[in-house]
Write a protein that binds this ligand. Sequence first.
Ligand code: BGC
Length: 775
Amino acid sequence: MDFDDLINKLDLPTKIRLLTGADMWSLPAIPEIGLDRLVMSDGPIGVRGEQWSAVDPSIALPSPTALAATWDVDLVKRVGRLLAQEARRKGVHVLLAPTINLHRTPLGGRHFECFSEDPFLTGEVGAAYVEGVQEGGVGTTPKHFVANDFETDRFTVNVQVTEKVLREVYLRPFERVVGAGAWGLMTAYNAVNGTTMTEHSDLVNGVLKDEWGFDGYVVSDWTAVRSTEPAALGGTDVAMPGPHGPWGDKLEEAVREGRVPESVVDDKVRRILRLAHRVGALGGASRTAADQEQIDGVALAREVAARGFTLVRNEGGILPLENVSTLALVGSAADEARIMGGGSAQVFPDRVVSPLQGLRERDGVEVRYALGTDPRVRLSPLTIPTRAYFMDADGDVLAEERLATTEARWIGQLPDGVDQDRLAFVELRATYTPDLSGEHVFSVAGVGAFKVTVDGRTVLEETVSLDGEDPAAAFLAPPERRVAVELRAGTPVEVTVRHPSGALKGFGLIAFTLGHANPSPGQDELIAEAVRVAEASDVAVVVASTTLEVESEGFDRKDLKLPGRQDELIAAVAAANPRTIVVVNAGSPVEMPWLESVAAVLLTWFPGQEAGGALADVLFGDAEPGGRLPTTWPRRLEDAPVVNVTPADGAVPYSEGDRIGYRGWTAEPAFWFGHGLGYTTWSYDSIAAEDRSVSVQVTNTGGRRGREVVQVYVNGALAGFDVVEADPGQSVVTTVFLPERAFQEWTADGWQAVPGPHTVEAGRSYADRSLSATL
Ligand code: BGC
């Protein structure tokens, strides 16, 4: 297609209009050249679509740490194809994913949303994701370019990093996904070496576009473009969201006055048209995927979850469970699974299978549930039919929407018929019938004014303001207010929350939650009850989790402790039943002070909507836990190589250089990168290396068919891997090709070969490299 021909048909204002969002999620249509509206959506665990709410549900897959834990690029590609299918179903052209920043430190708030501490594994998994989605005719924007590896002061922080470390570590996954043909890329909020990334001409024009030959479009992170000329000249092609922003008329003026050459604008337009052509939004071109197989999202979500589950400890082979007739299931996350992390990665599935439900669906075992302790800081919404009314100042209803829970969330798009200027109130109404008599607690979490009534009586009325400066905190970390109300079991009550809307009107953002908690006998009694149930059962499974207040976009973690009294609960249950299995439901590492006192530990990450089914599959051995750690798991936070995420004078120096992850560990961690047990055993028999190819033979020495992740390290760094399967007694040989970069380093003269000899090792983890050869 001749894009220049089309560009020549457009006047300057039209071209410039195309460079800023028409709204929160799309670029404007230009019918005169056959360009449709181009719709973007988060990513990465599903396709949320243009609504930030449950009205338009999505399949919710396991989070990126779980995906990386599979080490399986074919599976990741299949995930990508499912995401493309979801995107097409929802009219989305570009998925704002994958997140390929690195696990520089376990404190990173979006750790769960990134793949790994290792640049090579991140690049391979990221490339498979990009290929899978794009094969389905949908674009991707690997993000956030670059060095957005923590959240504190993310809009302004200046990351100080040497060129060598940037090239060898942080840019490497980006180089890989560009090589895989990504159609887009997202520039980060932060600055690198003094220049904010949306204006970073050296990295965006220089490295990305010129040196790597990237021909896709560069979209800013949301609101990250904060200037006219520097951002326009700095290589960012699209400023999101819109329609307001620092480009528009100001950019037009800059072009007319010769401060920004028109050719720069044309290049941006060309990139957008190329994208539109690729995703079938130009000239009536249809998308490539019409003839593709239909993927069953629910089945895939369950399969991927089990494949990512990482069994790090299994004393006496307690797993898979056999001859178990009574199972004590303990923990708040067993009933309300934490299936995803917080922030823009949030999607709304139309069902969630909790561990409790998944295990109860199994025949032949009696599941006895005990809460144990509730670590949640904010109360959860009620899952009951709820109506949301959008009203004007006279109380006339502008729109009405049905919700499945008492969580109100519209971001970027309000329901049809709601004129932001007329909107005065949003009101939620729901009928709640308690199961228990006693003191129930209701809460509102959000920013602004709230009035809560129960059966017409006002129980809470307050105006809550926002701490700090990040406007996203209004929905990422909202303040909460609570009130206790006496209710009788079986007697329904009408609960309403009225919220004058307007706090962030320009963005169309309404976000608040009516929370609820049942009467509680108190934390000590809850733990005692869990101990009694565990004692009386054949086996105890404790599901421990982080909370929304711990793992989310918008802030970093303060420590790696399991929140609340969960450590105490686990220790007490383990003391009562030696057959205690701990399921860690967290997107990133937590300290496990009770590790040696429990029989097994299974990391399930944020497992997505089919969490409970996958857990039952793995605990009872229908599926083997397929995961291997994509990140080294600390015993204690202070042992981790990097714990600094707090800017001093606006800067965070990456002074550790390339010593992140396993390359930086000096203490003994709880578990090394690459570690993970299956349900069979393997011997590593032989290795042969020639040129850049390595062949490794392994044998399944256990009693059942299994899957193994064969890992190859060059000079101590991961350089290749493959997933193999074998029956008992069977040997398999895998041949892995090593990338050129594994034998190179960045110097003042660019990439140069490191002189040999090179040590090539193969094994089950970073710590278990039992085979070795020299190249
Ligand atoms: C996040 C991006 C996301 C965007 C749109 C930003 O706050 O950093 O990852 O794609 O919002 O939701």
